[in-house]
Write a protein that binds this ligand. Structure first.
Ligand code: ADP
Length: 420
């Protein structure tokens, strides 16, 4: 509109206070093409030029066409014929008025309508394509995520039913999923180990209790049936079996107490030399009987150790009795003590049968025996090392073993000096 105003201002002829009619014709026709009906009136009414009086038919057709355009695009469009009146000026003086009529408040011509329609079609097309891509990508992602979760759910359900053999074999690139799978596999593995331990515990306890009970029963039945005389030797045999039963029950009770952390350590300073002396005298008889040389190698016999003396003695006794048990006649069992700024180090080494390397990781587990039949014959229940480990760990220490089959074993443990 402003452009039209400028164009018409330029057509003003000041001498005659009028506008160039040919120019008005050209501007009016161009405005009509753009949907505007031009009416120019000079201030002195010398000029009163209106395109609708020249081209009435075209003006009407233009307005109808614009209305059709708008309704084709917006069926509920509420348009009407509108007019804007603008001042025409020459050197700042108002010289006339321009009335612009149009279908409004706004309209589209054919090209604009075509452009809008094409743009809309394009946007719908892009929308559909993006929707398809999103659907494909979404279902791929869903599959990618739900498949492993489905595996995990299946595995968890199996574990809940008590099937601990389950193991998710599939590998996935998603970090969280692969961590979840590792955790589930580890949980199943741990539950399986615990279940096996429980089964072994029940079987072992049953087996260990059955033998002395059977012996006692057969002894008693023989006395009742008057097959055997109730001699003191017979009762001594019965007493030994009862002692064996008591030992098993006591060891089990002790292990349970350690495992449930029901034991309180009684720490004190004790002299290492007298500590070893008492151990040497405890084993003097069994070592001599087995023809095993029992020696002590102590860095400094004046050393003082701060720990629960009785329980550490129990550890050394467990290790030495094993060492003597699994060492052939003529062998040597050596106890060693060393210390540095932070730790006390105890070793019990032997020149015995040694332990196969595949058994070493499980050696400190309760009821674990390398050679079950041999261990049972020698009275072993496989609890001694678990108790030893529990005591050392209660002190904040650690125990480990180095062994070569046929050459011997070295059981070592260390106790921290600053433990509470
Ligand atoms: P046990 O009462 O059967 O000796 P432990 O827990 O003390 O129970 O020992 C577990 C197993 O470790 C034993 O059955 C034995 O097979 C093995 N073992 C322990 N100490 C030694 C050793 N010094 N030499 C060889 N084998 C050993």
């Amino acid at each position: 509109m402003q452009q039209i105003v400028t164009q018409i201002n330029n057509l003003y002829i000041p001498d005659s206070n009028s506008f160039r009619t040919d120019g008005l014709e050209a501007v009016g026709n161009a405005a009509l093409q753009n949907g505007m009906i031009l009416h120019v009136q000079s201030i002195n009414d010398e000029v009163d030029w209106d395109i609708s009086s020249h081209r009435a038919k075209e003006c009407q057709l233009m307005l109808q066409h614009r209305e059709r355009n708008m309704h084709s695009r917006y069926p509920n469009f509420e348009g009407s014929y509108q007019q804007s009146v603008l001042d025409l000026t020459y050197q700042g003086q108002v010289v006339g008025t321009l009335t612009l009529g149009y279908y409004g408040p706004y309209t589209f011509d054919d090209i604009e309508l075509q452009l809008i329609n094409s743009l809309n079609r394009l946007l719908i097309g892009i929308g559909v394509i993006l929707l398809l891509i999103a659907a494909i990508f979404g279902s791929y992602l869903a599959m990618h995520l739900t498949r492993p979760i489905h595996h995990v759910v299946n595995a968890a359900q199996k574990i809940a039913r008590g099937d601990y053999q389950v193991k998710i074999q599939e590998h996935y690139k998603t970090k969280e999923i692969s961590e979840l799978i590792t955790a589930i596999n580890e949980m199943a593995e741990q539950l399986r180990t615990k279940e096996l331990q429980k089964q072994r515990l029940t079987a072992d306890v049953a087996h260990e209790l059955r033998t002395p009970l059977c012996n006692l029963q057969s002894h008693m039945e023989a006395v009742i049936d008057e097959v055997w005389e109730p001699t003191p030797e017979l009762f001594r045999g019965c007493c030994d079996e009862i002692q064996r039963l008591t030992n098993i029950v006591n060891q089990l009770k002790e292990l349970t107490e350690y495992e449930d952390h029901r034991v309180v350590l009684d720490k004190s300073n004790f002299q290492v030399s007298s500590f070893f002396d008492s151990i040497l005298s405890s084993f003097a008889f069994s070592a001599k009987e087995k023809k095993v040389r029992l020696i002590v190698d102590c860095q400094n016999f004046k050393s003082i150790c701060l720990a629960d003396e009785q329980r550490i003695k129990q550890c050394i006794i467990n290790l030495v009795s094993n060492a003597i048990k699994y060492t052939e006649n003529g062998g040597t069992v050596k106890m060693t003590f060393k210390e540095d700024a932070d730790f006390y180090y105890y070793d019990v080494s032997d020149t015995g049968i040694g332990i196969p390397s595949q058994d070493i990781p499980q050696l400190f587990e309760r009821f674990y025996r390398v050679d079950e039949s041999r261990a049972r014959k020698t009275g072993g229940m496989g609890i001694g090392l678990s108790i030893t480990k529990a005591i050392i760990e209660m002190h904040g220490g650690a125990i480990w073993v180095n062994s070569v089959v046929g050459q011997g074993s070295v059981f070592s443990f260390k106790l921290p000096k600053n433990s509470i």
